[in-house]
Ligand binder design. Structure first.
Ligand code: SAH
Ligand code: SF4
Ligand code: F3S
Length: 464
């Protein structure tokens, strides 16, 4: 089964130490955590699932909302106790690192506030982790927060089979990092730096490695993935639509997805990809944040509600079964009841299969935090509740609409019971397949099924 594993240099030496990586935030962090584990493997660090027995603990953090950032400090409180206990037990020192977006945003301040931290490393400098770790283990307090995203992509070791694939036959592939949009509520342009696209050749090489490792479905990642731009083999300018067309030519890739997109960057070529490529799944995460033009303007989203709805109509005209997912913020500064009603109207007009919604959280250093007319917490919460009720009813309706339908499922793992297999529908919903005695299904297969029942979080199906 391992005949494809060629990168033996990434196997841990016999004298193994353990690293525990805890991941918060978005898929970019999931991807980065796997890359950090890859960088550490040749140094003799094998991943472990618990902090207690780790020589090295990395918190890969998220700064997007206040609550996300605060979680880090409460975790560091627990780690302090563990580190002390370990020191006394004679097991050797525990090194603690804070990585990710809190590291980038707060830098050395983290060590001031939580002296238990040995190393602070921002998301664009993970290729420097071995060196930074060595210095930290020698007793230095290390802070690495320069922006160096190109170097990161170039030097991070290439995909290693077993440990980099989050769900076995599906994998993430970062094609773009950072953001130049500067939505006024958002920290990402500050924590991830400006937009950088990975070159085509690097992406294709990584995709080949994933396919060799048994991956069937690749999700292209970027904070602003549809802003990806590069050059084709003939030197012409390429966008994400071209990249998807090219990746669809790779035989071993059976399914493609991408996330997260900005409405401004949904160009014609990308929409055409949804018309032309069977491998491109009919699921699109296209956050809008709000439905009031006044608030969209204050957020610097650079489009109106009507433009967003028109865009959705264009996408659905080429791919009628497209499932839409979105992100919403309630209570952005200055949002009135009438503005919020516009958000509710937009949601009704679009009809979402899935959505994420949040109360506005003022982030230090972003323009939104300095705006007048902050909305009281209870009003934000009450709006969020109403919005979530509407989104939930749409999500339920979407799931129920699947009952009786036929679709293809990519098998990802065995189910809870022996006669079950679990996979995902094209629309990303988990599907539990009840196998008949003569069904021969393996992980990685794509099977045509009929949905027999829609539950709250998954669908049930049998062979069609
Ligand atoms: N790049 C993506 C999303 C990045 S952050 C995009 O452009 O849409 C993920 C989501 O977190 C955002 O879409 C937004 O809905 C939410 N978010 C970001 N900053 C926030 C803040 N300050 N308060 C509340 N929610 C926020
Ligand atoms: Fe943040 Fe806006 Fe960039 Fe998305 S597009 S990452 S919300 S600044
Ligand atoms: Fe959070 Fe950074 Fe992702 S702030 S959402 S981990 S880009």
């Amino acid at each position: 089964m391992n005949e494809h594993v060629k990168n033996t240099d990434l196997q841990p030496p016999a004298n193994t130490k353990k690293v525990f990586v805890k991941t918060y935030g978005c898929q970019m962090n999931v991807y980065d955590s796997e890359r950090m584990a890859d960088v550490l493997r040749p140094l003799g660090y094998a991943p472990t699932d618990t902090a207690e027995d780790a020589d090295f603990v990395i918190l890969n953090t998220c700064h997007i909302r206040e609550k996300a950032a605060e979680k880090v400090y409460s975790e560091l409180g627990k780690l302090r106790v563990m580190k002390e206990a370990r020191g006394q037990s004679g097991l050797g020192a525990m090194t603690i690192a804070v990585a990710g977006c809190v590291a980038q945003a707060e830098g050395a301040e983290i060590i001031r506030r939580a002296p238990v931290v040995d190393l602070v490393i921002g998301p664009t400098t993970y290729h420097r982790l071995p060196d930074a770790l060595e210095r930290a283990r020698a007793g230095a307090k290390v802070v690495e927060t320069d922006y160096a995203v190109e170097d990161k992509f170039e030097y991070l070791p290439q995909i290693n089979r077993e440990k980099t694939i989050s769900r076995g036959v599906t994998a993430f592939l970062t094609v773009q990092e950072g953001c130049d949009k500067f939505c006024t509520f958002c920290v990402v342009p500050y924590t991830r730096g400006s937009e950088v696209s990975r070159p085509l050749a690097q992406i294709l090489a990584e995709a080949d490695k994933l396919v060799d490792a048994g991956v069937k479905e690749i999700t292209l990642l970027g904070q602003n993935v549809n802003a990806w731009h590069g050059h084709g083999p003939d030197g012409s300018s390429w966008g994400l639509g071209d990249l998807l067309h090219r990746l669809a030519e790779v035989d071993g890739i059976k399914r493609l997805r991408y996330t997260t997109s900005h409405p401004r960057d949904m160009d014609d070529r990308l929409i055409a990809a949804h018309r032309d490529l069977d491998k491109l799944m009919p699921y699109l995460h296209l956050p809008v944040q709000a439905g009031s033009d006044r608030i969209l303007k204050a957020m610097n989203r650079r489009h109106t509600a009507a433009e967003y709805i028109a865009l959705i109509e264009r996408i659905r005209s080429v791919r009628p079964d497209m499932a839409l997912s979105g992100d919403f913020i309630t209570g952005f500064p200055g949002e009135t009841d009438a503005d919020f009603d516009d958000t509710m109207r937009l949601v009704e007009a679009v009809g979402y299969a899935q959505a994420y919604s949040f109360k506005y959280s003022p982030r230090p250093g972003t323009p939104g935090a300095d705006l007048p007319d902050h909305v009281p917490e209870d009003v934000k919460a009450e709006r969020l509740e109403r919005l979530q009720a509407l989104l939930f009813s749409q999500q339920t309706a979407f799931q129920q609409s699947m009952a009786g339908r036929e679709c293809e499922v990519l098998i990802e793992k065995p189910g809870r019971f022996e006669h079950q297999m679990v996979g995902r529908s094209p629309w990303l919903l988990p599907v539990i397949i009840e196998m008949k005695a003569d069904d021969k299904l393996e992980i990685g297969d794509i099977m045509k099924v009929r949905i027999t029942k829609a539950g709250t979080n998954s669908l049930h199906a049998e062979r069609a």
